[in-house]
Design a protein around this ligand. Sequence first.
Ligand code: NAD
Length: 253
Amino acid sequence: MILDSFRIDGKVALVTGGDKGLGQGMAIALAQAGAAVAVTSRSGQAGATLEAIAAAERRGIALAADFSTTEPIDGVIKQTVEQLGRLDILVNNAGIIRRANAIETTPADWQGVLDVNLTAVWALSQAAAQVMLLQGGGKIINIASLLSFQGGIRVPAYTAAKHAVAGLTKALANEWAGRGINVNAIAPGYMATDNTQALRDDPERNRQILERIPAGRWGTPNDMAGAVVFLASPASAYIHGYTLAVDGGWLAR
Ligand code: NAD
C-alpha cells in the first residue's frame, strides 16, 4: 500500500551534523519512519537527538567527526556499518556559513566553507556509495539551500558551495541512478537554527525576510521531516538528481 512505501524499517541512516538544527530534525524523522540512525557531531555528543531516537524505539549512535578535512570520513562510514550493520541512507547536512562582503572575504573563510559544505559532501558521498553499491542501492540526500538557486547577500563562498552541491547532486545521480542509488537534495528556505541566528537578531533583516516568505514564518527543523523521509524511502524510487525546496514558497515569488 502507498503509505507503506514511505516506511524505512530496517534501514540504517547516517546524518552528518545531527546534534542540532535541521540535522537533528531529520535524524529524528528518519528514526520515527523506522531507521536506525548514526549522527555525527564535532564533539561526538548528540544527547537530545539520541534520546528522541530512543523514544522512537530505534537504535541511535553518535560519532565524532570534524569535516573541515576529509580525514574522518572513512572512519565514520566504517563505524556506522560496524555498529549498525549496513548503510542505506546518507544525509549530507553538516554545513557552515560565514557572512562578509565579498571584498573582505579572507582565503581562510572561503576555503573553510568550501571544505565543509562541498568537499566533505563529495567525499562522504563517494565513501557511502562504495558501501551502497555493494548492497545493491541506497539513498543520498544532500542539504542544499535557496543559495543553490540565488546569489544571497554577503555569503559568496556559501553560495558557490551550495550551487556546487546542486550540480554534484545531478552529476552523481547520473552515474548511480542505474545502480540503485537515488541522489537528491533538499533546499531549505529560511529556517530558525543557529545558522540563521544573526539574521533573526537583526530586526530589519528579520522583517524583510518574513515579508518575502509566502508562508509568513521561519521554517523549523520539523519542516524537513516529510521531505527527508520521502527522499529516503521507496516512495521516491524514480526521483533522481532533483533539489526539492522546503522554503515556505520563497522560490515561488
Ligand atoms: P546549525 O548551525 O544548527 O547546524 C549545523 C550542523 O553542522 C551542526 O550539527 C554542526 O555541528 C555541523 N558542522 C558545522 N561545521 C562542521 C564541521 N567542520 N565538521 C562537522 N560538522 C560540522 O545549522 P542548520 O541550519 O541546522 O544547518 C544544517 C544544514 O542546512 C547546513 O548544510 C546549512 O547550510 C543548511 N541550510 C540551512 C538553512 C537555514 O536557514 N538554517 C537554510 C539553507 C540551508
